[in-house]
Design a protein around this ligand. Sequence first.
Ligand code: ADP
Ligand code: MG
Length: 454
Amino acid sequence: MLKINQIWKNILLETETKVSTLAFDLYVNSLQPVGIYRDRLILLSDTRALKNIVDHNYKDVLKKCTNAVFPSILDIEIITEDELPNVGKVEQEVDIPVSANYVNDTEDNANFVSQYTFENFVVGKSNEYAHAVARAVAENPGSKYNPVFIWGGVGLGKTHLMHAIGNSLLRNFPEKKIMYVTCDQFVNEFIESLHDTTNANAMKNFRAKYRKLDVLMMDDVQFLANKEGTQEEMFHTFNELYLADKQIILSSDRPPKEIKIEERLKTRFATGVIADIQPPNLETRIAILQKKCNAKGYTLNIKVLGLIAEKITNNIREMEGMLNRIISYSTLVGGDPNDLNIVNDALRDYADSSNDIITIDHIVNATCEYFRVKREDLIGKKKNKEIVVPRQICIYLICDILGQSVPLVSIGEYFGGRDHTTVMHARDKISEECKNNDVIAAQVKDIRDKIYNR
Ligand code: ADP
Ligand code: MG
């Protein structure tokens, strides 16, 4: 039997390699699996806008990927929340064949991406400490560094490092029980166990599964924010493992003290080693691109790699996306990926295809238009109320719409070099206001509509 979340996870793994990274992060990965109805997979979209985008642009590829992994699922349907009551009775756990030529990921542990190894990880100034700590725990889990807390912006290698630790541990300590989970998975599993009326032992099993581990890795723990129940569960899991000298490795997009979780958990997270990863410098970015090229069996010259590395500075995943674009474009037109004309064409194509993707600029422009303020004022230093509130609303919308794809630090930089804590403050303030202040809530809604209907 496979749970719907496992089914979806496998489909995501397949789809990730078939659509652009941005499209994957912004759209596909935002859908939630509802269940299976006959031969159809039902997915839930938060908004109608997202549903429309996926229906028009990504449904076919999603259907293909689904079918490639699970041949018995023939169709997918994307619905919004108001359509949920019409769906009928869906299955959330099904006995379903997995395609024979598909390496599936249905095991609970050992689900490490094989390419994410230490050998494939380029070390530079920006990540050398995190890398050294990761190496040390991979060699000697549960001893010196515990817990390990790795933090840094999106696409800078946190997940890669965790999988590298996992791959290495599996090789060197095959007897140890090692598990990698994303924070979301943990939260979902916890909630499912809580509400599972068919199995009286669901919660007990859930607890046992996590507390018997030798190594627990949890990715993106910032998503524990506002989930009090799961935080409490995590607190007890943490204590039990920690007191038994079991290794705990956590990652987040910000340091422990900035995560919105209960104090005692924050303190626990910060008791071991805290290692940050910063955006890599130009040399390191080029070295990473070279490594990725080697892995794919391509040799691109330094000029082309430099071009990419100069264009994208603080997200390696995006940089890889651009590299993939050049390679696939050159294959498509039968040209040489080292030919600068080809490269420029490919990148023009890249810019075009990101036209339907919402960017910070779109959100800033929509906010300026709505409040009739000048762009330089909105992102500038003025402190009068007429400009501060629109600025905060704008920042909130950027965080809300673009989510993790844009690090807070970059938003701060965009807004005249403000600190990322200022960004967080604005975001949280408007998020609160939306609940209590009808005027602000309406403004946020209007601008959001404007952005999606642009
Ligand atoms: P994060 O979890 O921090 O958002 P990921 O670990 O998913 O980032 O990394 C995004 C992409 O960048 C992955 O394909 C990863 O292999 C690559 N990457 C990041 N840092 C490095 C590095 N130092 N060397 C090689 N590849 C890297
Ligand atoms: Mg990650």
